[in-house]
Design a protein around this ligand. Structure first.
Ligand code: IMP
Length: 477
């Protein structure tokens, strides 16, 4: 007889709905932030791209890092490859945005909003027909105004005189960096006030990046070299971390005194999480069998519904905090695929790791295909992007799944394709706005508030049919 049989079904994110709470007038999309911490590492937003070879390489880590998230470089890469990418990210030099996307002064607000949605930039310069700079459309400010989309753009822009502008067309990167200590951006014009380029402070900030390691031979060398290159966090990436090897790695890692957080995972139970915390993990990663490409449940009937796993790990974290005063951050990993999932997951977790979601973007590592499934690098033609699991026959990440030799290998992940969603920035920003809107509905200014105040409620399958989507109508194609 099994030690325990749980007859209550495990739960996933989309089975829950978030309740509202009182919202004060200063709790809006502009004032809410999604900052989070992983141990001592501060992130601008709570998103991690999965340590998967189909997802995270230089382009993904850079694009996500620039938005304040964290790319985790797969342990399947060689040490040299990981180090090279970290070097590139840390050496990334701010450049000017030449030829910035702009609108004419006769455009409507709606036209500018469409550009914001398409490109993800929240500031769009406005020019006259001779490209003379008139001011800046600031999407965040517009959200606070009462203007309607059909109005002329000039009704909402910040005028040229009120903005950080220089007429030194030949300004160097170093000179611009000095200016950016005072303001978040700098508009560069020529001596006739025509728009030339813009520099953004965000591009000067330190971009953070993580390195996944295994619990197998060579992990220490990897840590040493990636640490030297500037990795900000190390992530032990194993499909089941409730074991002796992981505990040993955490202890030895901590003895190295690098002053950088160690994340260990994955676990799915209270006991597994407690074990990792007691062995010194600063961050715990949760999830098994819920990944979009994952076949673990099918192959060996092992894993857990992600929300249930998360709630159990949270219980262990709260207890550990009470006993020791150490707050261990939790990353939920696997099965989070849209803003709704993120909103429910973040009511408990400190951050969300996503593979499938990020795989949809141009910056993902997977090969790109056109509509006839022919390989292409021509961006407008890309319809599909290749995806594969770390446990798939293609990646054969033997270390992650504890296979000692190729002989014991069986696949626990699929290979396939996902739709191309274009560049990461516009979609991620859109989803960030959805998350902030949900936080605003609950009257929360940040994730810390949200953890304290969020109330989520389980829906019955009947309710899901009514609340979960449209009903009794046909959606226009
Ligand atoms: P997703 O966001 O639902 O796609 O889940 C991503 C997560 O799936 C990763 O971060 C890993 O934890 C997990 N994963 C990656 N590759 C495999 C695999 O081949 N089999 C099972 N799980 C995998």
């Amino acid at each position: 007889m099994a030690k325990k049989v749980i007859l209550e079904a495990g739960r996933t994110f989309s089975e829950f709905s978030l309740l509202t709470d009182y919202t004060s007038k200063d709790c809006n999309l502009n004032s809410i932030n999604l900052k989070t911490n992983l141990g001592d590492l501060k992130l601008g937003n709570p998103f991690l791209s999965a340590a998967m070879t189909s997802v995270t390489g230089y382009e993904m880590a850079l694009a996500l890092g620039k938005e304040g998230g964290l790319g985790v470089l797969p342990a399947r890469l060689s040490i040299r490859e990981q180090v090279e990418i970290i070097n590139q990210i840390k050496g990334y030099e701010m450049g000017f945005v030449e030829d910035p996307v702009s609108v004419r002064d006769n455009a409507t607000i709606d036209e500018a909003v469409r550009l914001v949605e398409k490109h993800g930039h929240s500031k769009i310069p406005v020019t006259d027909r001779n490209n003379v700079f008139l001011g800046l459309f600031n999407f965040d400010k517009y959200l606070e105004s009462n203007e309607t989309p059909a109005e002329n753009i000039m009704t909402v822009i910040t005028k040229e005189g009120e903005l950080p502008v220089t007429n030194n067309e030949n300004i160097t990167v170093d000179e611009a960096k000095k200016e950016l200590q005072k303001n978040n951006y700098l508009v560069v014009l020529d001596d006739l006030n025509r728009l030339v380029k813009i520099a953004f402070k965000k591009d000067v900030d330190n971009i953070v990046v993580g390195a996944a390691i295994s619990t197998h031979k060579g992990w220490k060398k990897r840590v040493k070299e990636c640490d030297k290159a500037g990795a900000d966090i190390f992530v032990i990436d194993t499909s089941d971390a409730y074991n002796e090897f992981t505990a040993k790695v955490i202890k030895e890692y901590n003895a190295m005194n690098l002053g950088k957080p160690i994340c260990a995972g994955n676990v799915i139970t209270y006991e597994g999480a407690k074990f990792l915390m007691e062995n010194g993990a600063d961050v715990i990663k949760v999830g098994m069998s819920s990944g979009s490409i994952c076949t673990t449940q099918r192959e060996k009937a092992t894993g857990r519904a992600p929300m249930t796993a998360l709630l159990d790990v949270e219980k262990a974290r709260t207890e550990y905090y009470k006993n020791t005063g150490k707050y261990v951050s939790i990353i939920i990993d696997g099965g989070v695929s849209d803003a709704g999932n993120m909103i429910i997951a973040l009511s408990v977790a400190d951050a969300v790791m996503m593979g499938g979601y990020f795989n949809h973007f141009f910056e993902a590592e997977g090969e790109k295909y056109d509509e006839n499934m022919q390989l292409t690098t021509h961006e407008p033609d890309i319809k599909y992007i290749a995806t594969w699991g770390e446990g798939s026959a293609r990646a054969r990440n033997l270390d992650r799944y504890g296979h000692v030799a190729r002989k014991t290998f069986f696949a626990e992940g699929e290979e396939g394709t996902v739709q191309n969603w274009g560049r990461l920035k516009p979609k991620l920003k859109q989803d960030i706005r959805k998350i902030k809107a949900a936080l605003s509905n609950t009257g929360c200014m940040n994730l810390k508030d949200y953890h304290k105040k969020a109330i989520i409620e389980l829906m019955s399958p009947y309710t899901q049919n009514i609340v979960g989507d449209t009903h009794d109508m046909k959606v226009k194609e």
